[in-house]
Design a binder for this molecule. Structure first.
Ligand code: NAD
Length: 478
């Protein structure tokens, strides 16, 4: 499909140029995308503006919007297999992961369908003779820039919230993975979304993405991606005084105290680093273990790591490939640097002999005794590499956990409730999980970061406040 989706129609790109799409499992080109530019973004913004400024979309009652979102949710659930197959090929996701992502996407639209008519304002006590009301109104047109790691999930959480609040949307998916989203936009049109409510322009970040961030008709930008590009987006938005939500990277700690229930902790800790081959913003990529339990915990984690298998998406093994060649190079460069620094590689999984040589496969790897200030403990690898380090006591654990530029998610594992709560409050991050870890899970749970992990919240009801603007109306009635 080499078209954008604007005003409920497939639309050819104005330049006619195309972007090849690779299957990460075998490195081969299997599709092409339209290479969107300023002109294409302009067309999409115009369509969305018409929908938001007096068009059919803006005239729907919140309950009617909710019904449309529910129809979309049901249709995504019904076409779950087709969507999962697209994303499996596009992102290299193992079948189970791709299906879980399609289910999560349907669930986002279900959640936000129910929220459309529940965004209440308030009445505010004021001077006698006056009545004051506040209303939540949509911004108008929201722009959404989506990364390649969870296209359907991030589209559902971002666009679902924005539509629920009454905005019309222009979406720029990642150049590496758009196919499922183009299909979902078509499905939205099929279930009755009015023209212009949901538009997609494909293309490169520095072209179509930058054009969207700079577009005059965009009233709010939701960006999910790297901290580096987040800075660029915020600067573009600042020039036009447009609010921004930034969902950026992470270096999330799993903090394991000596009294933790390891039977429960270990599978979750492993999953949090291998899910989506480690290409997850909230991946639990730092393993902090209390010194007295350190060797014991690492032995168990290592044993599980060695049993993990990597292969093409269709084989549905523990991990699929990484998204592209330079992502694999990035992961390998972290491993090379760790080895040059003399760090201990304690365990590795294995790549299936059936994996095509041209695919982008990385072994899950556990590295021990990683200094908390080293590159491996500080930078986001975005691959299946778990950096383990020991801590002495609660204060030491908190100090190490907070000693990165990021603050997205943290996991705390202990049977001591008081300690769990103290650590949860002291850790600087947007979410903390105690004796569980929900990388990406929980549609209902407000999500977002502090520090270089970003600001603003998506998911949950909280997202609706960000996708709205409050208006206060003051009446003098005497
Ligand atoms: P990226 O920042 O390179 O790209 C993200 C999106 O931004 C893509 O659609 C890309 O085309 C676009 N883009 C790139 N340059 C742009 C520009 N100059 N102007 C406008 N748009 C531009 O990130 P990525 O490599 O695709 O994704 C991985 C990063 O995303 C990781 O850091 C990861 O942690 C983060 N992420 C965060 C969350 C979260 O919810 N916090 C979720 C998923 C991924």
């Amino acid at each position: 499909m080499t078209t954008h989706f604007i005003n409920n129609q497939r639309v050819a790109g104005s330049s006619g140029e195309r972007i090849p799409v690779l299957d990460p499992s075998d490195g081969q080109v299997f599709a092409h995308l339209a290479r969107g530019n300023v002109e294409d973004i302009g067309r999409a913004v115009k369509a969305a503006r018409a929908a938001a400024d007096g068009g059919a979309w803006s005239k729907l009652a919140p309950s009617e919007r909710g019904r449309l979102l529910m129809k979309l949710s049901n249709a995504i659930a019904a076409q779950h297999d087709e969507l999962a197959t697209l994303e499996m090929r596009d992102c290299g996701k193992p079948v189970k992961q791709a299906k879980a992502d399609a289910t999560a996407c349907a669930r986002y639209f279900e959640f936000y369908a129910g929220a459309c008519d529940k965004l209440h304002g308030e009445t505010i006590p004021y001077t006698p003779g006056f009545a004051v009301m506040s209303f939540y109104e949509p911004h108008g047109v929201t722009g959404h820039i989506i990364p390649w790691n969870y296209p359907m999930q991030i589209f559902g959480r971002s666009v679902g919230g924005a539509l629920a609040a009454g905005n019309a949307c222009v979406v720029k998916p990642a150049e590496d993975a758009c196919l499922s989203l183009l299909r979902i936009a078509e499905i939205a049109a099929e279930v009755g979304f009015p023209e212009g409510a949901l538009n997609i322009v494909t293309g490169y970040g520095h072209e179509a993405g930058q054009a969207l961030a700079d577009a005059d008709g965009i009233d709010h930008i939701s960006f999910t991606g790297s901290a580096r590009v987040g800075t660029i987006i915020a600067q573009s938005a600042a020039k036009r005084h447009v609010p921004v939500t930034l969902e950026l990277g992470g270096k999330s700690p799993q903090i394991v105290f000596a009294d933790a229930n390891l039977d429960e902790a270990l599978p979750v800790i492993i999953n949090a680093i291998i899910q989506n081959a480690g290409q997850t913003c909230s991946a639990g990529s730092r393993l902090l273990v209390q010194a007295s339990a350190y060797e014991r915990v690492l032995e168990h984690v290592g044993e599980r790591m060695r049993s993990l298998r990597v292969g093409p998406a269709t084989m549905d093994l523990d991990l699929g490939p990484l998204i592209r060649a330079n992502q694999l190079e990035r992961v390998n460069s972290f491993l090379t640097n760790a080895s040059h620094a003399g760090l201990r590689t304690l365990a590795e999984g294995s790549i299936s002999p059936d994996a095509p040589a041209a695919g982008f496969y990385a072994k899950p790897t556990l590295i021990a005794d990683v200094p908390p200030d080293s590159m491996l403990a500080q930078d986001e690898v975005f691959g299946p590499v778990l950096a383990a380090m020991a801590f002495d006591d609660e204060a030491d654990a908190i100090r190490i956990a907070n000693a990165t530029q990021y603050g997205l998610v943290a996991g705390v594992w202990t049977e001591n409730v008081g300690r769990a709560m103290r650590v949860a409050k002291a850790v600087k991050s947007g979410q903390v999980f105690i004796n569980n870890y929900g990388a990406g899970g929980g549609v209902e749970l407000p999500f977002g970061g502090v520090k270089s992990s970003g600001y603003g919240r998506e998911k949950g009801f909280e997202a609706l406040y960000g996708f709205s603007v409050m208006k206060t109306v003051v009446i003098k009635h005497g």
